[in-house]
Design a protein. Sequence first.
Lengths: 249, 331
Amino acid sequence: MLVAEDVHRHFEGMHAVDGVSLEVPRGQITGLIGPNGAGKSTFMAVVAGTLPASSGTILFEGEDITRLPTYRRARRGLVRTFQLPSEFARLTVLENLLVAAPQNRGDSLFGALMGKRFWIKDEERLVTEARGLLKRFGMSAKESDYAGLMSGGQKRLIEIMRALMLHPRCLLLDEPMSGVHPRVIEQIQHYLQSLRADGLTILMVEHELHLVEQLCDSVFVMAQGKLIGSGTMASLRRQREIVDAYLVG
Amino acid sequence: MNTYYAANLLIYAGVDIIAVLALNLQFGVSGIVNFSFIVFQAAGAYAAAVLSMPPHTAAEYSFQVYVGGYQLPFPIPWIGGALAGALLAIPVGLVVLRKLRSDYQAIALLVTSIIANTVINNARPFLNGAAGLALIPQPLQDQVDTYGDSYLYLYIGLTAVCVGLVWFLAARIVNSPYGRTLRAMREHELAATALGKNPVALKMTMFIVGGAIAGLSGAILVGFLTVWAPSTWLYPETIILFAALIVGGRGNNLGAILGALLVPVGFEEVTRLLIRMNIGPPNLIPALEWVAIGLFILGFLWFRPEGVRPEPRRVFEGSPDVEVVDRVRTA
């Protein structure tokens, strides 16, 4: 589904991503782990297009997307979330979801100038869809609150719901559990499993190894910009050099 | 209060409302810190002037030099003014909005404003340099008597029609899903991009739309004043419009109108009254006006950053009861 071939990203001589090649299989949750500064988030940014690759190729559904800008990758179904909360603070929770929705006739200058009658049906359909997601994620009561006033965990949920409004084919999650209350972590874990059951492909950077173990079908390990191993968590724990590099304890 | 004074006040109010509504689309809704806004108003004014004036070789106009001079009838000069603002926005936007980060965009636009004013000030053959243009024909002056009160009422009416039109367009943009996308871009550009939004296209569109509206405001103003010179569009004029929007309420069209009435119109009138009262040395009150505007901006940013009329929270029909949430305060 998603293939990275010899991807490099350099910052003025520093090799943040140094020749990473990996394949994310369709319909699975794939983990990407490694110590701080391993280059995981940089790699995710390169895959999503928020940072250009210095060299290498990224294939999505068999097509080369290496030179595509981020918004075009998102429109093709490759959608990312961010390591830090990136909610639209002065938009309500429901509006945060609606922004992401494609195929709204009012989401262009022409459509806007045509007036409400031109786009109201699309808007109503998308509000219904967004409310369905809010209900699924237990946030219906918050729909009219400003997203900026939500807790860290709720912001994470908003990001995931927002991404889902785009009907992604592959979701790139950058530390979705970071700074989240344990109870909400359980919720997110449950939702991710149900998304996988729906057939969604997920590539996830995560530091909590027990979560990676529970969630991910396969895992890639990065250190110092390079891929140093891959497999299930159980198999990775048996590889001494990986344990030494990262899985201490 | 005589008719001319009242008309002057109303027409200035109309022009300022149009300008602040345009700035609201750019800065309030889309987050583009357009510190060169006044340049687009000036472009519209100059375009309307040279479209309505005869060639500078004409007997009465030979004391000034300028390009063009087409003697086109109303409303072509006003339409031309709006077009000039829009056309100017394309190259400026392409240079400034594509690659630069938003804080650098603001600096680049401020510098653009200063460069544009300096160039027009010194390039006399283009638009008569520092002396500016004079004897600019007024709209419909061949058809109606421009010296009577009835012409003032006509001009107020024409300005009001333009205010209504701009208000209508701005309301449609702000209250649409497109307006929501613009607000999302303002809040977190990278996240909006990751959701399939093209920020450069969005910014360019609002830069051009805002440029057109600014150009129209300039055309209206120059048709009333009949003169236009670089000294009327120095960069601090943009700061006044920003002050109006910050005071009125960013992201809210009603706030933009309120701000336009409070700051550019209100301050000017208060200053005029104080000057008549002969308080202090002759230049004290105009100088203090700038101090007051600066303090006004700082005061609002500190104590009420959302302005008098904050951007409304959009609650959709069928929303469950929600507790009233505090406004998100952003400085």
